[in-house]
Design a protein around this ligand. Structure first.
Ligand code: LLP
Length: 402
C-alpha cells in the first residue's frame, strides 16, 4: 500500500505552522521512486527527477540520496541541484527559449545539455564541435497529455526540433563535428497510455540509425497520477515490461543498446504533497454555498489554470453531514478551487486539505494580491520539520526601492 499522511499528523502540522501550508511526505516520495526503479530494473534506465515540480532543496536532497538524477530547466535549478549534492553528470539541463549564454554557463558547470532548437544547435556545434556531446530534443508530432496547456509533443508545440527537420540536425552534425550522444522527447504531462511512450521510443529508435555515437534515449516525463477519486494512473509496471521487450528486440536485430532516461515530476511528488487551508467564511447564497478559505490561486493555481481537479477533504469534521459547496479563494477575482463539491459540513476554522499538491503547487505560487507565499514542511518518520518559512511583509517589500 502506498503510504499516506494521517489527518492527525496533518492537523498537527497546521496547528504548529498555521495555514495555508504545504506538507510533504518523505516516505511517499521514496515509495514512488522505488516503484519506478523496480518497474524498470530489467533495462538500463536512469530516472532524472524533473525538479520544476517541486524544487525545495530538502526535497532535492532526498532524491540525491536515493541515487536519482535530476532534470533542470533553468540555471537556477541547476544551482539548486549542485547545492543539493548532485554531481554534474547526474544533472540534465533542458531549457527552452534561452540564450546561448545560458548554454555556455551550463558547459562551464559540466552538466548534460539538451538542445531544443536548430539555431542553438548550430552555434553550439560551431563553438564546441565534438568536445561537448549533447542531447537533442525532438518534437515527435505526438499529441498526448491531460490538457492542451500541458501537451508539448504535438506538431504546433514550441518544444523541440520537428521530427521533419532531422536532415537539418544531421547537416549541422556533419558540418560542425558536433557529437550527439542522446535523443530526447517529452510529449506532455498526465499521460496514461503506455503506448505513447513506446511510440516515442520507436520514433527515436528509428532515428538512431543516423546517429552513430548515440548512447542515450530520453523519453521525458509525464506519467499520469490519479487526481480524481476513481481515476487510474499510468501503468508503470506494464511500461517497464514493454520497454524491455522493445529494447531487447531492437538489440537482437540492430545490435545496438541504449541507456534509457526518464524525467518524471508529478509521478514522484504529486501524491506526496498536501495543501492545507482554513475556512474563513461560509456564505449561503440563494443559488450556491461558498466556503472561502485563507488562500487562493496565488498558492495553488492548477484548478484555475488547467481546470485541474484536486480532492478536498474537511479534515476537521470528517464525519459531518454532507453539503455541497463551491470552494473559493480570497483573491480579488474569480478564484475557484472546486465547483459543487460535496464536503462534510464546513464551519469557520475548519482545515480543508487538498490532495495531490506536491507537484506544481508551491512551485507555481505567487505573491498576487500582496499575499505572502505559504510555509512548507516535510514529514519524515512521523516528525514534522519546517523546510521553508512562511513569507512576511518584509519579504514582500524587500527589493523595492523606497
Ligand atoms: N520533462 C520535460 C522536458 C518537461 O517539460 C516536463 C514537464 C517534465 C519532464 C515533467 O513532467 P511531469 O512528469 O511532471 O508530468 N504545471 C503543469 C505541468 C507542466 C509540466 C511541464 N513540463 C501542471 O501543474 O499540471
Amino acid at each position: 500500500m502506498a503510504p499516506t499522511l494521517s489527518n492527525d499528523i496533518l492537523l498537527k502540522a497546521a496547528e504548529a505552522y498555521a495555514t495555508p501550508l504545504y506538507v510533504y511526505d518523505e516516505e511517499r516520495i521514496r515509495f514512488q521512486y522505488a516503484k519506478l526503479v523496480q518497474a524498470f530494473q530489467q533495462s538500463d534506465v536512469r530516472i532524472f527527477y524533473a525538479c520544476k515540480a517541486l524544487s525545495n532543496i530538502n526535497i532535492l536532497r532526498i532524491f540525491q540520496e536515493m541515487g536519482a538524477g535530476i532534470d533542470c530547466v533553468s540555471l537556477n535549478e541547476v544551482q539548486f541541484a549542485l547545492r543539493a549534492g548532485f554531481e554534474p553528470g547526474k544533472i540534465i539541463f533542458t531549457p527552452n527559449s534561452v540564450s546561448f549564454e545560458d548554454y555556455k554557463e551550463a558547459v562551464g558547470l559540466g552538466v548534460n545539455i539538451n538542445i531544443d532548437n536548430l539555431e542553438i544547435l548550430q552555434q553550439f556545434g560551431a563553438a564546441y564541435g565534438s568536445a561537448y556531446p549533447v542531447v537533442v530534443r525532438i518534437n515527435p508530432h505526438i499529441l498526448a497529455g491531460g490538457n492542451i496547456k500541458i501537451s508539448t509533443g504535438h506538431i504546433d508545440s514550441k518544444f523541440g526540433i520537428s521530427i521533419d527537420q532531422v536532415t537539418e540536425i544531421i547537416a549541422i552534425k556533419k558540418q560542425t563535428g558536433l557529437t550527439i550522444k542522446g535523443l530526447h522527447l517529452h510529449t506532455g504531462s498526465e499521460i496514461k497510455e503506455v503506448e505513447v511512450f513506446i511510440n516515442g521510443l520507436n520514433l527515436l529508435l528509428e532515428l538512431s540509425e543516423h546517429f552513430d555515437e548515440l548512447t542515450v534515449i530520453d523519453l521525458g516525463g509525464g506519467f499520469k497520477v490519479p487526481y480524481k477519486p476513481d481515476e487510474k494512473g499510468a501503468n508503470i509496471e506494464q511500461l517497464g515490461e514493454k520497454l524491455f521487450e522493445r529494447l531487447y528486440q531492437f538489440q537482437q536485430t540492430n545490435n545496438r543498446q541504449f541507456q534509457i532516461w526518464f524525467e518524471p515530476g508529478k509521478f514522484l511528488v504529486s501524491e506526496a504533497g498536501y495543501f492545507l487551508t482554513k475556512a474563513n467564511i461560509i456564505k449561503e447564497n440563494p443559488t450556491r454555498n461558498f466556503v472561502g478559505v485563507d488562500s487562493g490561486f496565488n498558492h495553488l493555481i492548477r484548478p484555475m489554470f488547467y481546470d485541474a481537479y484536486h480532492i478536498i477533504e474537511n479534515i476537521s469534521n470528517e464525519n459531518g453531514r454532507l453539503k455541497t459547496y463551491n470552494v473559493v479563494g480570497n483573491i480579488c477575482e474569480t478564484d475557484t478551487f472546486a465547483w459543487d463539491r460535496s464536503l462534510p459540513e464546513v464551519h469557520p476554522g475548519d482545515v480543508l486539505m487538498f490532495k495531490n499538491a506536491g507537484a506544481y503547487g508551491f512551485e507555481m505560487s505567487s505573491r498576487f494580491n500582496s499575499r505572502a507565499r505559504p510555509a512548507e514542511v516535510l514529514v519524515s518518520k512521523g516528525e514534522i520539520r519546517l523546510i521553508r518559512k512562511r513569507e512576511t511583509l518584509d519579504d514582500l517589500i524587500q527589493g523595492q526601492i523606497l
